[in-house]
Design a protein around this ligand. Structure first.
Ligand SMILES: Cc1cc2nc3c(=O)[nH]c(=O)nc-3n(C[C@H](O)[C@H](O)[C@H](O)COP(=O)(O)OP(=O)(O)OC[C@H]3O[C@@H](n4cnc5c(N)ncnc54)[C@H](O)[C@@H]3O)c2cc1C
Length: 390
């Protein structure tokens, strides 16, 4: 910087600062290499997280796409933070959020397909089984929501608070049943996880909680840093539940969501070796690492018919699979894979979508030993907490 006058120095420093900032990790760039994932986990700041997580620009972690795809586990994340010397008391909020993930997984494991329908209470005041077109086209007129939906289609990520806002607008303001909008969101999310998804939608819609969740414009303005007024949400919490469906949201559509699976190509199997079955929910690169085995990413059309996903989500899954050496993709049903390739010794990880697999089932990695269905998260958390050294 020598030889620059004061004005040039100021310009130089301003440009340098912009360049330095642009070099910061782009939170929406969901890289798939093991190194990138590890570095993403290493940047977690669980203390700032506790204070800021509800703000759209808060210190959230963006790690759920990797957890949902089974690349890393909640337990690995927790262990890493504790190994860094964080005291559980100081990072309680963060541990609690990770525990929500395991909680929903336990509910799915015990309740199975019962989570596909209203779990505790029937959804009230439902007028349609579709989704407002204004949501799918990002034209609700609520600036923060429309901007987030635009980013969502590009990145496959939505902040938790925005997910809650969208679910509330769809179910409680536009009076859509939760299922179709939930499937739309799951379709586009890179972190699509049917337990966290369906059960959170049900929590907002009041079918898995004691009351419906509402957020008004003031709340959205606060957490999304907007200053919008006079929208259909610019009401008090007394007025919101009583309002008629705003005209902006009255047109609902029935979305046909389909999954474009890759072409099925022949795979090469060594029948003297065991076969490890990977799938949409298990892409763990460290699972039986070093063991000689056939490694097969099983993409069952029946699974994706029930839980359709977008092209982006498919691409993300296939890219994550590249971290697993020798992984071959089989598009077809489990029984056809076994019959076609004469598989004898198959291994897979426990998951509610695998109940029809045959072979040796291995457990998933949970943070705590607490198992089974707890009607409330806080009853579950109370038990889990006891396993931490406070
Ligand atoms: C309507 C709705 C739909 C959702 N759908 C999904 C989904 O399909 N897949 C999914 O993974 N999560 C879903 N969530 C939960 C939550 O929004 C995401 O896990 C979180 O926003 C992911 O971003 P992050 O990793 O930056 O989270 P952070 O806030 O940084 O949290 C860290 C981790 O804690 C866990 N976590 C945090 N909040 C929650 C929560 N509310 N429920 C469960 N686990 C949580 C996640 O594993 C997350 O990766 C949904 C929430 C709502 C309200």
């Amino acid at each position: 910087m020598t030889g620059l006058n004061a004005q040039d120095s100021a310009i130089y420093l301003a440009i340098k600062s912009v360049n330095d900032k642009s070099k910061k990790l782009d939170p929406y760039l969901f890289e798939t290499s093991a190194v990138a994932i590890d570095s993403r986990v290493s940047t977690i700041d669980p203390i700032t997280y506790g204070r800021t997580r509800n703000f759209v620009d808060g210190a959230v972690t963006y790690i759920s796409p990797y957890i949902s795809r089974g690349v890393i586990s909640t337990k690995q994340v927790l262990t890493k933070l504790l190994d860094q010397g964080h005291a559980p008391k100081k990072i309680e909020k963060f541990i609690q959020e990770l525990t929500w993930r395991d909680y929903w997984q336990q509910v799915w494991s015990t309740k199975g397909d019962a989570i596909d329908v209203d779990l505790k209470n029937p959804q009230t005041e439902v007028t349609n089984q579709g989704i407002p077109e204004a949501i799918t086209s990002g034209q609700t007129g609520i600036e923060a929501i429309d901007r987030a939906i635009e980013t969502f289609y590009r990145t496959g990520y939505l902040h938790n608070h925005v997910r809650m806002y969208i679910a509330s607008i769809a179910c409680n303001v536009a009076k859509s049943h939760w299922k179709a909008p939930a499937k739309w969101m799951y379709y586009h999310l890179l972190d699509g996880d049917w337990a966290s998804n369906a059960l959170s939608w049900q929590w907002v819609a009041g079918t898995n909680s004691n009351k419906k969740y509402y957020a008004n414009q003031d709340n959205i303005n606060k957490y999304c840093h907007t200053r919008q007024q006079e929208t259909f949400l610019d009401l008090s919490y007394e007025e919101l539940p009583k309002m008629a469906v705003p005209s902006k949201l009255s047109h609902t559509i029935d979305m046909k969501l389909t999954t474009n699976l890759p072409e099925s190509t022949p795979i090469v199997i060594d029948t003297t070796l065991p076969s490890l079955i990977y799938n949409f929910y298990n892409l763990d690169p460290n699972w039986k690492k070093g063991v000689l085995a056939n490694r097969i990413l099983l993409l069952e059309p029946s699974h994706f018919k029930k839980y359709p996903i977008s092209e982006n989500s498919i691409r993300f899954m296939l890219d994550l699979g590249k971290n697993i050496e020798g992984l071959q993709v089989f598009v077809g049903e489990f029984q056809d894979l076994v019959a076609q390739y004469h598989l004898e010794k198959t291994y897979y990880k426990e998951h509610p979508t695998n109940l029809h697999y045959k072979g040796i089932q291995e457990p998933r990695d949970w943070m705590f030993t607490v198992e089974g269905y707890y009607p409330s998260f806080f009853a579950f958390w109370k038990k889990c907490k006891k396993e931490l050294v406070w």
